[in-house]
Design a protein around this ligand. Structure first.
Ligand code: BEZ
Ligand code: FE
Length: 298
């Protein structure tokens, strides 16, 4: 075995397992591991072994990390995804999102920039008619916005009818409805279907900055790293249409705090938007025009 050879071949009195050991762990995969699993896990094992050697990681430190991972699993359920939150504060979801987006860009004209999904999307969001208000009980400090736009084919510029725009946002208290017993089920979320001109419209809240949950391991890690928990004001969107690649993204208020300091590293220049004054609308004093450009599936 490589590990046994590694230890016995040391001449300086140390027993750290070296590259032979790592090679042995990687080579222990059987012939039925898929090529992609083999590629990803070989790379992962190589990097975590090199990381442990480089940092001289101790058993106590590794045990603390395992406890945090277990804690994340224990507090996760269908309303909370603490493992994803841990990845988010380490920038991993944003990095993977950027890698995936770059691959999509290689095949066609620029589509709307993507951003991370985050842990608060719900699969069972109801479809609402265009022009509906997703804020079922607008808080006193909330400002309603008329949000509207077109979904188009990035290549031709043609409108895409029957596309779905799935929107969700936090309330002004910084909580998504599933985190807050005082909000109605599915408050501040809705799916909208574009009309024959590719247009959608809805009323929502002007988003406000909020702190990500800090009562679990992600919050503990932020504190250990002397970092804050805040996200800049944003609205989440997923755009989907038959024959097109779906886009998950977020749009950020250009006047928000934390644009340069997002706790989950999700802000991209192309996703920063301006809210304009809206006149003669008894429902909303602000307006946001936002078009989405989708690329065809190849
Ligand atoms: C969010 O924007 O909903 C979010 C994203 C990443 C971590 C926590 C929250
Ligand atoms: Fe969010």
């Amino acid at each position: 075995m490589g590990s046994v050879q590694d230890i016995s071949s040391k001449t300086d009195g140390t027993t750290t397992l070296g590259q032979e050991f790592t090679k042995n762990v990687i080579q222990s995969m059987g012939p039925n591991a898929s090529p992609r699993m083999r590629e990803v896990m070989s790379c992962f094992i190589q990097h975590i072994h090199d990381f442990a050697r480089k940092c001289n990681l101790t058993v106590d430190e590794w045990t603390a990390a395992v406890k945090m991972i277990n804690w994340a699993g224990q507090m996760s359920d269908d309303k909370r995804n603490e493992g994803q939150l841990m990845c988010d504060i380490l920038g991993l979801e944003s990095l993977v999102d950027a890698i995936t987006y770059d691959q999509a860009l290689k095949s066609g004209k620029p589509v709307t920039a993507s951003a991370i999904l985050g842990p608060f999307w719900r699969a069972d969001t109801p479809t609402r008619p265009n022009g509906a208000n997703i804020s079922s009980d607008t808080p006193e400090d909330g400002q309603l916005v008329y949000m509207h736009g077109r979904v188009t084919d990035a290549e031709s510029g043609n409108p895409i009818p029957n596309a779905t725009i799935d929107v969700w946002q936090a309330s002004t208290n910084g909580l998504y409805e599933q985190q807050d017993p005082n909000q109605k089920e599915h408050n501040l979320r809705g799916k909208f279907i574009t009309d024959s001109y590719g247009e959608y419209s809805l009323y929502c809240l002007r988003p406000t900055p909020y702190p990500i949950p800090n009562d679990g391991p992600a919050g503990k890690l932020l504190a250990l790293l002397d970092r804050h928990e805040w996200r800049p004001a944003h609205i989440h969107l997923i755009a989907l249409a038959d024959g097109y690649k779906p886009i998950t993204t977020q749009i950020f208020d250009k006047d928000s705090a934390y644009l340069n300091d997002d706790s989950v590293f999700a802000v991209k220049e192309g996703l920063v938007v301006s809210f304009a004054e809206r006149k003669n609308d008894p429902q909303a004093s602000l307006e946001l025009a936002y078009d989405v450009h989708l690329g065809r599936c190849i």
